[in-house]
Design a protein around this ligand. Structure first.
Ligand code: GP9
Ligand code: MN
Length: 627
């Protein structure tokens, strides 16, 4: 008994709270745990954070120790309980911005009673035990020796470091990318997630706070001289008037697969044929950064660049945007929808879509499926389109509908029985498999187009398909060179590999074919608006209508690489576009500088939330800046 009494109370408290935390993560929240490794991280983070917080008590005087242990346990219980109730309502976690969103908190208020379950009583067991132990003096509360203190600090720091290392292995760049709040909670736990959210929100808000509308003048001048005024739209103006716009983001599809074969077979038989009947842009680049799919959505809807160090969907979802869905709602009364069978909170879509003006998001909850319907990341593309058609039939036309496929996602794994083309044979398993999932998605797209025809939606729509970003990173260069029959992949080749298919299909339109216009995702918004017949003369965009005869003559990548009409700037070198040969760096100076300037302007707009100061109707800084 005496030996038990010698155990410090803060250690007991840390263990109790850690067990409780783990049990809540595992059994009260509905977190998807897909491997033993994820299970281990969940357990490790519950213990690491609990140890870190309670072990601080070792530094305190006995009297303060009691108070500190009790307060910490109470605060942690409140955090868990609040998140649990929020989660039961929104399948998401509390963030600083959501705390300030009156409607969310209001929603919660009306249904608090239904969000508390009887079993929640167990969540306070740790607290009850800690209180009892304090009252009965069951465990030691004393002034600890400095040697003991050092040992305790070492233990708790090790636990935290192990947790962070494991999280980094499981999800590289978790903190930069954010991904999904569920990932953060699963990997680093609720307290760290809240601290992270607080830091992110504060830094975003402080940049916003010090911004005023003055910067917009210069940006407006730049855009009007270098982007807007050079445009000269040709005959496709208004071609989509009164039609639905159906946009399909084809996950990880790169242009190098178009018209290519593997083992003598076409990899993408459907897309190859479909593009013949469409406008196909063979020189079209993705411009995404860390935010991958979400960055591509961001660029498409705003014709702004993604951010350099974070996913704007995550960090700047509270900004004001002059987004595509908002404009077409205002000008034409179009409703906008997104279909994507993944968690609504992934890439913070459930929040950002509201900001961008989407009327509804059909996320994973809108689809019914079993495990056998899944490939890789979730519901397979064929079943996804199958069920999406049923939802579409109920929508009032015309509308804007975005579909995001998922099967052709890294690591491109699929059951052999679903594969209709053999794997490639190289040192890279990723590249070997890439062809199979690409083929699968190609088949799903064909099926979808046929279904659109069957349902009579096809004729009333224009259909755009685009690869969202690369699927094969430069890590697989050796295997890629092998596939392409090259000796090596140079930085110039790497740039060229960032091309993604861009197909605009207008049913009944004859004058189609392949266009070699130098273009990128930044051009999507002006193009769609022009096809819908919307003159958007005061918009602040960095792209041009794809069908305009005169356009900006470069495409900027987020990482500083630039593709010009004649030269390509990559890895600090300048290459001639036609030959891929190294040339004098000065040849790239102009496009490099202009690209840098645009990226800076775009960042300035996003960081400062500058659109809140701008009147898009008048094309000037709004007179009343009421924020
Ligand atoms: C997630 C899906 C894939 O919902 O869009 O995202 P990615 O990993 O490609 O950014
Ligand atoms: Mn993607």
């Amino acid at each position: 008994m005496n030996r038990i009494k010698r155990i410090p109370l803060f250690i007991i408290a840390a263990i109790l709270v850690a067990i409780k935390t783990y049990v809540v993560y595992r059994f009260y929240f509905d977190l998807s745990i897909e491997s033993l490794f994820q299970e281990i991280i969940l357990l490790v983070n519950a213990f690491a954070i609990s140890m870190f917080l309670f072990f601080i008590a070792v530094w305190l005087k006995p009297k303060s120790q009691k108070r500190y242990i009790l307060t910490t346990a109470i605060v942690l219980s409140i955090i868990i309980m609040a998140n649990l109730m929020y989660y039961r309502n929104f399948t998401d976690f509390v963030t600083v911005p959501t705390l300030f969103q009156v409607n969310n908190a209001g929603d919660l208020g009306t249904s608090v009673a239904s969000l508390v379950y009887f079993s929640d009583i167990l969540l306070f067991l740790d607290l009850a035990l800690i209180m009892t132990f304090i009252k009965l003096n069951t465990f030691s509360i004393e002034q600890f020796s400095s040697q003991f203190r050092k040992r305790i600090v070492a233990i708790s720091m090790t636990a935290v470091i192990v947790n962070l290392v494991l999280a980094e292995i499981e999800r590289p760049m978790l903190f930069q990318r954010g991904f999904d709040r569920e990932y953060l909670v699963k990997n680093v736990g609720l307290p760290v997630f809240h601290a992270y959210d607080l830091v992110m929100t504060t830094s975003t808000q402080s940049k916003r706070l010090f911004a005023d509308g003055s910067g917009m003048d210069e940006i407006d001048d730049y855009v009007s001289q270098n982007v807007r005024e050079i445009e000269n739209p040709i005959d496709l103006t208004g071609v989509a008037e009164d039609k639905n716009v159906i946009y399909i983001a084809v996950e990880s599809m790169q242009s190098f697969l178009i018209d290519e074969t593997l083992h003598g077979e076409e990899v993408l038989p459907f897309l190859n044929e479909f593009k013949e009947d469409s406008y196909y842009f063979e020189n079209f680049y993705h411009q995404t950064g860390l935010g991958k799919t979400s960055d591509h959505e961001f660029v498409l809807d705003n014709s702004l660049y993604p951010l350099p160090n974070s996913a704007a969907f995550f960090t700047h979802a509270q900004n004001e945007y002059n987004s595509l869905p908002k404009i077409i709602q205002e000008e034409l009364g179009y409703d906008s929808y997104t279909f994507h069978a993944n968690n609504g909170s992934f890439w913070n879509r459930n929040v950002m879509y509201e900001t961008l003006g989407y009327n509804e998001f059909f996320d994973v909850e809108s689809y019914e499926f079993e495990e056998s319907d899944e490939i890789g990341w979730g519901l397979n593309d064929k079943k996804f389109f199958d069920q999406s058609i049923d939802i579409m039939k109920e929508l009032d036309e015309p509308y804007y509908a975005k579909f995001i496929t998922l099967t052709h996602h890294f690591p491109f794994e699929m059951p052999e029985e679903d594969a209709t083309i053999d794997q490639f044979d190289s040192s890279s398993v990723t590249l070997n498999q890439y062809f199979q999932t690409a083929r699968y998605t190609d088949e799903a797209l064909e099926q979808f187009i046929n279904q659109l025809k069957e349902e009579g939606i096809y004729e009333d729509s224009i259909i755009v398909m685009m690869g969202d970003h690369y699927g094969i990173s430069s890590y697989h260069n050796e295997a890629m060179a092998n596939y392409l029959g090259e000796d090596e992949i140079t930085p110039y080749d790497e740039v060229k590999l960032q091309r993604v298919p861009m197909i605009i299909h207008i049913p009944g339109h004859e004058d189609t074919g392949t266009l070699s216009t130098l273009s990128g995702q930044i051009d999507y918004k002006p193009t769609v608006l022009n096809m819908l017949g919307i003159e958007n003369e005061n918009d602040i965009v960095f792209g041009n209508d794809l069908f305009s005869q005169e356009r900006k003559d470069f495409i900027a990548f987020r990482d500083g690489r630039v593709v010009g009409e004649d030269y390509i700037y990559a890895s600090g070198n300048c290459y001639e576009d036609e030959t891929g040969e190294l040339v004098e760096e000065a040849n790239c100076d102009r496009i490099r500088e202009q690209a840098e300037q645009e990226l800076n302007y775009s960042d300035e707009i996003i960081y400062g939330d500058l659109f809140r100061f701008y009147d898009f109707e008048q094309g000037e800084i709004a007179e009343e800046n009421n924020e």
